[in-house]
Design a protein around this ligand. Sequence first.
Ligand code: PLP
Length: 492
Amino acid sequence: MNVSELSRLESELRVLAQASDILSPTGEVRLNIETQIQSYAHKFLDQLQYLKAYEEDLYPANDLINDHITDKEVPLDEILTLLKKSVDTPGLNPASGGHMGYIPGGGIYTAAWGDYLAAVFNRYAGIYYASPGAVNMEHKMTRWMCALFDMPETAGGTLCSGGSIASLAAVVAARDHKKINSTNIPFTTVYMTQQTHHCIHKALRVAGLGEIIIRYVSVTENDCMDTYILEKMILEDKLKGYLPWLLIGSAGTTDTGIIDPIDSMAQIAQKYNLWFHVDAAYGGFFVLVDELKDRFKGMNQADSIVIDPHKGLFLPYGSGAVLVKDIKHLLQSHYYLANYMQDAYNENQPVNPADLSPELTRHFRGLRMWLPLKLHGLKPFRSALKEKFLLAKYAAYRLNELSVFQLRQFPVLSVVCFRFSYGSIESDNAATKALLQYIVSRGKVFMSSTVLDNKYYIRMAIVCFRTHQDTIDQAIEEIKSFLALTHTSQQT
Ligand SMILES: *Cc1c(COP(=O)(O)O)cnc(C)c1O
């Protein structure tokens, strides 16, 4: 390179640096952006109680499809207008206390600031050597959750994007620990109930175990796994030469929120040398409620547990966790050594989160969890969870008062499943479905449905930290207005 070429290169570098300077804005510009974005967020939060839980008109979302990324700058206020119309209005509003469908998520305000700081500092949370603090914080969070279930000293885990990925990590750990591979897959068995969450089926398939044999254990009248039948099935399978491998328990099913008999399942798993996995994605954090702690007895014997801080700890979406009785079991399936990683591995340091899940570079998830827990302490979380538990009882009482519904169960945690029961299964199914459609189309509150024993049920899942007694009252008013409407139409 001669002198004039070098000088041309330098001048081009200057131009490019200037042209991309906007990516690290000055203090004044930053403040401007912050003010606009915060004012947008505050307006939303201040109006939230008047906003719909569900907006049926999905059409405005299409504006995003017709909008394009180009070389042109777009002013922030224009962007926020598009965001409001196309993203923050149509469909489900999970921030609303009126969201009582599926399993509601959270979104506590201070967690958002944890994410903000995580993104600004962008600490590398995958490897101890890169950010010992971020890694220690994540281990602190997983160890804290292990302690909630009195898991042993060897226990540990990792923060993942959600319960589904956490379940995959658990299934893979169970597969490798019990040496399930091409030699034995076709005669290996797994035990669960029909109410086990579908993420387990998905995890099995993704883990290359789609050909495994699933045994559905029948449930008792409380919708819990019948452990007498379970033991019988395992014994029969052993006699026939099958390899019983994995037992799945649920601590809070999605359908009805029940808890399987964890303690006796743990004993059976131990007796027959099965891996015992407990899906506590929804229900796990109810262990923080003193009155409910006993229900989780036996969790300390689980080989793996999945729990979702983005449900029971009210964090924003993207926070699940897998906990294992022995951290080595996660490690054995997920560690990796590459030449370009040789500086990052040291046996005497805390284990790298990158060696505990399929992810290498990852979001620093610990901060959005740690910050609110430190800032608020545990007490408001305990109170909110106990409130949800009591609200479910209250909702069950108010529904019973109407004398037209049958509850699937009296709520164990915070899900209430109900349906009309006047006539044939078919006509009650149709009436219940019509009620749900009415509720959802009005959008004041949102619920979802399920089918159990061919019966259609509406599910009121009370998990959002913004759901309070007046929300349940509003739901009951919606139901009453449907009853008044159908009653009048029957008379005319
Ligand atoms: C929500 C849920 C899952 C799946 O978790 P995601 O975080 O949605 O991936 C698994 N099991 C149960 C019981 C759940 O409620």
